[in-house]
Design a protein around this ligand. Sequence first.
Ligand SMILES: Nc1ncnc2c1ncn2[C@@H]1O[C@H](COP(=O)(O)OP(=O)(O)O)[C@@H](O)[C@H]1O
Ligand SMILES: [Mg+2]
Length: 299
Amino acid sequence: MSAETAVKAFKSLESQDFRILQVIEAAMAKHEFVPKEVIIKYSKFNMEEATFRLEKLQKFRLIRQTKQPYLGYALNYSGYDCLAINAFLKAEIVEAFGKPLGVGKEADVYDALTPKGERIAIKFHRLGRISFRQTMRKRGYTTERTSWLLQSRKAAEKEYEALKLVYPKGVAVPKPISQNRHAIAMGAIEGAELAEWKEVSQPEKVLKEILRNIRKTYLKAEIIHADLSEYNIILKPDNHILIIDWPQYVTKNHPNAQQLLRRDVENIITFFKRKHLLEAKTDRAIAYVAGKGKISTIF
Ligand SMILES: Nc1ncnc2c1ncn2[C@@H]1O[C@H](COP(=O)(O)OP(=O)(O)O)[C@@H](O)[C@H]1O
Ligand SMILES: [Mg+2]
C-alpha cells in the first residue's frame, strides 16, 4: 500500500480512468462500495467502457470490488494517491516523481521534481492504515471504512495549515508548497531523523536550536507541535535542524496547550539526556519556550 503502487500505475492511466476514480471518490461519501450502476450513471460511460475501466483499475489495485450484497467498487489508498498526483501534475506543481524518501507510521513521503527542476517532497497521509484490518475484522461490513479517506484528508489539511502558520515566522520547517486531498507538497529536505544519528556533534547547540524553534512556534505562530520527539526532528548534514510532521498541532488556547507544550519539551530533553548525556533543566526550558526565561539558564 505504499505510494509506489500509485506512482507506477499512474503512467498507464488515461482520462477515462480518472473519471471513474473521481466518480467513485465522490460517491464514497454515501456508499461504502459504490454500486456499478451509480458509476455508470455519473461517468456517462456505457456498460462496456465502464466494465473495461473498472477491470483495469482493479488490476492496478487502485480500487477494490465487492460482489455482495451488490456489485460495487471502493477506492483504495493507491487510487486516492493517483487522484492527488493527477491534481498536482495538472496544477504544474509536480512534473515527475522520483523515489520514496520515507515510509513512516502514518504517511508515505515521496521525492518529486517541479517543472522548474526543483526537488520537492510529497507526503501522502495514511490514517487508519494500522487499524484498518482490525476494524474490518471486528465490524465486518460497516461504513467505518470510508472514514480513512476523510481522516487522511483532514490530517493533510491540518499539517499544511501548520506549515503555513510557522514557515513565515521563520520556524525551521520544510517550505509549504501545496495541498490536495490527503497529500501535501513541501520543500525536500536532506538529513535524517535525530533518532537515527549515532553521533551528534555539538549536541548542546542542537538542543538549543530545537528549543529556540519551539519558542518561536509558540510565541510567534501561537501554536504547539504536540507530537514532538527525536523522530520528528530532522538533523541536516550542516548540523542544523528542521521540525516535521505537524498534523497534530494545537493552538495556544487549546485546553491542554500547557501540558502538550511541556510534553514536547520533556520528550526532547529526555532524549538528549539518554542519548547524549546532556543535563538540561526541564522547568527552565519550559519557561524559556513560553517566553518567561533565558536560554542561558537551562544547563
Ligand atoms: N520534506 C521532506 N523531505 C524529505 N524527507 C521527508 C520530508 N518530510 C518527511 N520526510 C521523511 O519521511 C519520514 C516520515 O515523515 P513524517 O512527516 O514524520 O510522517 P509520519 O507521520 O509517517 O511519521 C520522515 O522521517 C523523513 O525521513
Ligand atoms: Mg513522523
